[in-house]
Design a protein around this ligand. Sequence first.
Ligand code: NAD
Length: 252
Amino acid sequence: MKNKTVLITGGASGIGLAMVQLFAFKETKVYFIDINPEIGEKVAQDERSKGFDVTFLCGSVSDPAEIELLIQSIPGKIDTLINNAGVSHVGKVETTSSEDFDRVFQVNVKGMFNCIKAALPKLKENGGGSILNMASVAATIGIPDRFAYSMTKGAALSMTLSVARDYVADGIRCNCLSPGRVHTPFVDGFIAKNYPGQEKEMFEKLAATQPIGRMATPVEIAELAYFVSAETGSFMTGTNIPIDGGFLGLKM
Ligand code: NAD
């Protein structure tokens, strides 16, 4: 993807950060959106100090007007949009408030919709391109205590299929990734908040739920995102690609 343009959401941390770093290393022109201004600017500066072309755009994917302005500020075409920004919530129906429900949907579903809608003109201007959405194994299997989060990932999967269908004639491919557990601040924050004092045991317990015996690294997910987005993925559209250490396929 040398000299192509990628837009990545949630690029200041975890999987999104690994994507920013990998695409930059491959000499792709990288724009990334995040709500975290200090870390976002530091990530961009670190990459630019290595000679890479990386620009941070500060904003929330949940705000359609802000996203429209940020995406319009990108000069020229976009080849690839990666909708990675996401937030989690732990709870069953009874322990999910209406506010929790809205918050998770605003980022994980509405945010994805806002970015696709704003980026489509630039993808069309490009004569086509790739949209990659971040789903999860939670989209297709019942994970305990992840009611609202799992629903948002199910929506990411069906959004992927709809967009793939509606824009295939425009040369726009749309796919989603379904990772199992990936060791990122997302997971560390979840453990610290829900299991204080038992961090080490919980980390090992969660890692052991992956048949392969460990969590993925963010780089492993970024490598797959690069493969799907680049010419190597040119025959892929409307697919949900698991990357889960055997979680879905190998029943324990
Ligand atoms: P992370 O918390 O490390 O990073 C998420 C990034 O998104 C952060 O930089 C955060 O500031 C940003 N963000 C949050 N809300 C935003 C908003 N409204 N607008 C813009 N940016 C926003 O998380 P991660 O583990 O790297 O997860 C990335 C994606 O992968 C998420 O969609 C998550 O659901 C998905 N996922 C993660 C795992 C896992 O085990 N870590 C597994 C499956 C799927």
